[in-house]
Design a protein around this ligand. Structure first.
Ligand SMILES: O=P(O)(O)OC[C@H]1O[C@H](O[C@H]2O[C@H](CO)[C@@H](O)[C@H](O)[C@H]2O)[C@H](O)[C@@H](O)[C@@H]1O
Length: 354
């Protein structure tokens, strides 16, 4: 498999949002694995408690976040736990039949190769063309941890939705530009927009400066300002120094108890809400609630609403991503499915996700 041909990638973990379980609208798809069930149970432990002492497992888990491509036993084990959704491609096609597909694509590591310098994570023309063609057929959103402007500057396709800063900052095409939205004449000029948590911007900015100063003493470490969240990169830091990076980040965050810490691929992400909550707000993950009418879903379900698909049961969202933050999204999806099956309301889900 070519790393960046089409939407497949040896490193990518692609998730196809499962149709509703039996008794509601659909049967489980793809078949749940034991590993997936375990991951689902670990949901509450995904985010880092910065007041807790640094666990030794942090280091191992960080190494795992950039899986090796070599076909060794460790890699085989990783692949077993993270099976490619392409295995179920035919089944996915079948399950999507007659439904409206909505595409959610991660940027780094999915549309662009992982590189040492985040500013050089350029997307190929071939990939841009593939996304362009995809968007001709399905409403398509790019979901990224990067700030929205930055990811737009990489992708440069005006017909897409962009959910930057893990969904805290969303902008869609003017409705007249989107063939997927049925807009009234007055609405045609309107640009779909959503920003949340602007009151936290000064704090994020302050922490950005503090962390940047702290990282100066660690060769290779770098802080990226993604507006609503920050990424502390350590891809270019010697492995022996990774703990130093983590300790510095945690010591700064102790002064800001409201801020959350999440880990991606050789990156520590600082945000004012957990990434899982970002995705809840984005609406991808409230999908099941809309589908099953189990609860009201407290997130704005922004993208789905603006596309006019909220509450519809004939929609088939597909989310493709490669990072641990994307895995959060997949885990929540599994979790919501369980909640739906257990017939518990949104309130319970929200409580467990906070
Ligand atoms: O959720 P994502 O959109 O995947 O955001 C996660 C981080 O992606 C970017 O960092 C990753 O890609 C870089 C360029 O290839 C690489 O150098 C880095 O090690 C990766 O973690 C982005 O630069 C970060 O801001 C995001 O947090």
């Amino acid at each position: 498999m070519t790393k960046h041909a089409g939407f497949s990638s040896d490193e990518a973990v692609a998730a196809v949002v499962a149709p509703p379980p039996t008794g509601l609208h659909f049967s489980p798809f793809p078949p749940p694995t034991k590993a997936a069930a375990r991951d689902c149970k670990k949901l509450a432990a995904v985010h880092v408690d910065i007041t807790a002492p640094m666990a030794g497992s942090w280091f191992e888990s960080m190494k795992d976040s950039s899986p090796r491509r070599a076909a060794d036993a460790e890699h085989g084990d990783w692949m077993e736990k993270h099976p490619s959704a392409l295995k179920w491609f035919e089944a996915a096609l079948g399950a999507a039949k007659g439904k409206q597909i909505v595409m959610f694509l991660d940027y780094d590591g999915t549309l662009s190769p992982i590189v040492e310098d985040p500013d050089r994570a350029v997307m190929s023309e071939e990939m841009r063309d593939a996304v362009r063609r995809l968007a001709e057929h399905f409403p398509t959103a790019i979901v990224s941890g990067r700030c929205r402007d930055k990811v737009f500057n990489f992708v440069k396709l005006t017909e897409l939705y962009y959910a930057g800063s893990h969904g805290m900052d969303i902008e869609g095409p003017a409705k007249q530009q989107s063939k997927h939205i049925k807009a009234s004449a007055e609405e045609e000029e309107a640009v779909v927009q959503y920003q949340a948590g602007s009151e936290f911007l000064p704090i994020i900015e302050e922490v950005y400066h503090t962390l940047t100063a702290k990282m100066e003493s660690i060769p290779g470490a770098m802080v990226e300002n993604n507006k609503y969240c920050l990424s502390v990169h350590f891809r270019c830091v010697q492995e022996e120094e990774w703990n130093a990076v983590e300790e510095e980040v945690r010591s700064v965050l102790k002064e800001y108890p409201g801020l959350k810490l999440t880990h991606g691929r050789k990156v520590s992400i600082v945000s004012y809400r957990s990434i899982i909550r970002f995705y809840m707000d984005l609406g991808i993950l409230s999908w099941r609630f809309a589908l099953h009418q189990v609860g009201q879903g407290q997130g704005p379900r922004f993208l789905l609403k603006s596309l006019g698909y909220a509450g519809r049961s004939d929609v088939f969202p597909i989310y493709i991503g490669d990072d641990r933050t994307d895995e959060d999204a997949f885990k929540v999806k599994e979790f919501l499915c369980k909640m739906a099956k257990a017939n518990q309301g949104d309130g319970a889900a929200e409580k467990m996700l906070t």
